[in-house]
Design a protein around this ligand. Structure first.
Ligand code: BV8
Ligand code: ZN
Length: 271
């Protein structure tokens, strides 16, 4: 008879309460309850006949700049109505309950920061930033979309060089992750006592290797996901359920444990 979700949540909260460095590793699933479709949700509308791996590539963009541009404009519009959900707020709350929390996210939606998380590593960039496809003034050549005349249907040209297209400052398939981000992510994965993996299918590399690295370096791994996947075999504790429901319960349990901790328990901050 498997232990119930409540027992697993209590076990996870107990584990997390002892962490001097908690690393949260999140994927598209944590933003699902904010109304942002995940990559596994089949694309709808104009893009129904494409899969993200075709659209989120340099090749895809070069071949059909307007199609890829409009896909990002649609996703950016979705974001303008999206708000962080209880899962994002619970992650932000962890910072107030633990000595040190760092969030490594594959998401480009900026919702962790919006919910109050203060140390977020955006492994795959951000849909809120744009740059010149040709990096005409260095990599990246930032472009402020608000200074441009543009439509959702036609990819605009870079205002600096007039030749390169404007593109989102995200990491496409086949592109390197920002050096600083990936180095810091793996360093933190190897340093953390606990890694909390939320809402990721564990398919996309190198992000999917972070929990494996953490485990190999001696960390304990807690996974939150409505369904088991590639990460689950590496998890010490698997909390099966939507993160918007499960994470607030973990935080409530953690508050109870902290509340009962002896006064003045030293909060050693990790480096
Ligand atoms: C690189 C930004 C190397 C853009 C993204 C074979 C052929 C070709 C390439 C490769 C290959 N094998 C490996 C590769 C490399 C490739 C890769 O991993 N491909 C995969 C498809 C096999 N990786 C790369 O190309 C990376 N770069 O390797 O460069 C290199 C070396 C030398 C020189 C040059 C380059 C770059 C990868 C980054 C791609 N960019 N995003 C954009 O967003 O538009 S990836 C994008 O997809 C996301 O960022 C995320 O990483 C990924 C989606 O994964 P998830 O976040 O996990 O989301 P997913 O939809 O898959 O799953 C959702 C999960 O949520 C599910 O588990 C579900 O159960 C759960 N869920 C649902 N509801 C909830 C929930 N969870 C909680 N609560 C809920 N309510
Ligand atoms: Zn340019």
């Amino acid at each position: 008879m498997g232990t119930s979700l409540e027992q697993n949540i209590e076990q996870a909260a107990c584990l997390i309460s002892q962490a001097t460095l908690l690393v949260v590793s999140s994927g598209a699933g944590i933003s699902k309850e904010s109304g942002i479709p995940t990559f596994r949700d089949a694309p709808t509308g104009l893009w129904a006949n494409y899969n993200p791996e075709q659209l989120a590539t340099r090749h895809g963009f070069r071949r059909s700049p307007d199609l890829v541009w409009s896909w990002y404009m649609m996703r950016r519009d979705l974001l303008s109505e999206a708000r962080p959900n209880p899962g994002h707020y619970a992650v932000a709350e962890l910072e107030r309950l633990l000595p040190r929390v760092v969030v490594l996210t594959q998401n480009i939606d900026g919702l962790h920061a919006q919910a109050g998380s203060s140390d977020v590593v955006e492994l795959h960039g951000s849909i809120r930033r744009f740059k010149c496809f040709d990096n005409c003034r260095g990599d990246p050549t930032p472009i402020d979309l608000e200074t441009l005349e543009y439509t959702h249907d036609v990819a605009p040209r870079c205002p600096h060089c007039g030749v390169g297209y404007v593109r989102p400052d995200v990491v496409w398939f086949g592109e390197m992750l920002p050096a600083g981000a990936i180095d810091r992510a793996f360093t933190l994965a190897r340093l953390c006592d606990v890694m909390l993996v939320i809402g990721t299918s564990g398919i996309v590399q190198p992000a999917a290797s972070l929990p494996v690295e953490a485990k190999q370096a001696g960390a304990r791994v807690v996974e939150v996901n409505p369904e088991p996947g590639l990460i689950t075999p590496h998890a010490d504790i698997f909390l099966q359920g939507p993160s918007g429901e499960v994470l607030p319960q973990v935080v409530a349990m953690l508050r109870a444990i902290r509340g009962s901790a002896p006064d003045g328990q030293n909060q050693t901050g990790a480096s």
